[in-house]
Design a protein around this ligand. Structure first.
Ligand code: TPP
Ligand code: SF4
Length: 332
């Protein structure tokens, strides 16, 4: 059988994002991850809502579905229930997933339906030309907030955790190998795998993550977490995080190396601390797989329910169902 390369996952359509948009890097990383996984194209489907990011399925040489604003999780759920053999990826933006699609987003995570959701978080509406979004920081100057936004923003990771997500990861568009790695780990997860990608919209919100993601800042401001590895960061990995009484705190990894915690994505003390310190400039922003659990899945449970019911009651007869039970006759 032919070995598939990154190119085999790219469609021949011209990619229509602005030059320099972070979406290109994400597209690249997804195509690379699929090539590494040798994912069968005929079993892979990308489902998106509406937004710049949601143009993604056009650029993949797989199956794809560009659907309606905020409704990709609902359509993906339907597909998952009838085609459990498919590998389903939802592509969404912060506006698409968290504003109009907020309800669908939380319920798919709660149900833990087997699919991957990649949220391109550029903290702005790109497609509709730069209105503020549910993740925009307070004070964001945009077309709809000329005096600066006054809305308290959502933290996608916090929302995912609160909704019952069983796999939560974060990565960023300035590190393609890291994105690729995270996408591959998400692919292994049987349940809803949620990945937030910090993505730069070069036109309407340029540089919103520079303080964290620029190479020279990343070393101090970011911590790459990995299961079973020590929580280290800084130029020479000289800083570490210690976990004491459910609280993470920054320590010197040089002076107290034995106190540096080892990352365990199953232990919610870690993700809870990262959420708590998300806006703390003295605490590193965590990227990698932040949380991972095994829990029952709606899609699997529904299939079992149908099978058990079939065994108990026999094959259903639609005609009989429609004409059974209480009936009323409506007369003039
Ligand atoms: C029902 C409906 N309401 C509003 C819109 C307009 N609309 C299209 S995309 C979008 C937001 C896109 O922002 P985001 O999801 O952050 O994606 P980005 O373009 O930044 O990738 C909005 C409000 C629409 N297409 N349909
Ligand atoms: S408007 Fe922003 S998000 Fe949309 S393609 Fe251009 S740079 Fe990318």
């Amino acid at each position: 059988m032919k070995t598939l390369t990154k190119k085999d996952y790219a469609s021949d359509l011209e990619v229509r994002w602005c030059p320099g948009c972070g979406d290109y890097a994400i597209l690249n990383a997804v195509q690379k991850a699929l090539a590494d996984l040798q994912a069968p194209r005929e079993k892979t489907v990308f489902i998106s809502g509406i937004g710049c990011s949601s143009r993604f399925p056009y650029y993949m040489n797989t199956y794809g579905f560009h659907t309606i604003h905020g409704r990709a999780p609902a359509i993906a759920t339907g597909l998952r229930l009838v085609r459990p053999d498919l590998d389903i990826w939802v592509i969404t933006g912060d506006g698409d997933a968290l504003s109009i699609g907020g309800n669908h987003f939380i319920h798919v995570l709660r149900r833990n339906i087997n699919m991957k959701i990649i949220l391109f978080n550029n903290q702005i509406y790109g497609l509709t030309k730069g209105q503020y979004s549910p993740t925009s920081k307070i004070g964001t100057i945009s077309k709809t907030t000329p005096e600066g936004s006054i809305d308290n923003p959502f933290s996608p990771v916090k929302l995912a955790f609160g909704s019952g997500a069983t796999f939560i990861a974060r990565t960023h568009d300035k590190d393609i190998p890291h994105m690729e790695e995270v996408f591959k780990l998400a692919h292994q997860h049987k349940g809803t795998a949620f990945i937030e990608v910090l993505q730069n919209c070069v036109i309407f919100n340029d540089g919103v993550y520079d303080e964290i993601t620029e190479k020279q800042n990343r070393i101090e401001r970011m911590i790459y977490v990995e299961e079973g590895k020590k929580l280290l960061f800084g130029k020479d990995q000289e800083k570490g995080l210690e976990l004491v009484n459910h609280e993470l705190r920054v320590i010197s990894a040089v002076d107290e190396p034995e106190k540096v915690a080892i990352y365990d994505p199953q232990d919610d003390n870690f993700i809870l601390n990262f959420i708590k310190h998300e806006n703390n400039p003295n605490f590193p922003v965590a990227v990698g797989v932040l949380y991972k659990q095994n829990r029952n899945r709606f899609d699997e449970d529904l299939e079992n329910l149908i099978q058990t019911s079939r065994q108990k009651k026999g094959e259903p007869d639609l005609h009989q169902i429609l004409y059974s039970g209480e009936k009323w006759e409506i007369k003039d």
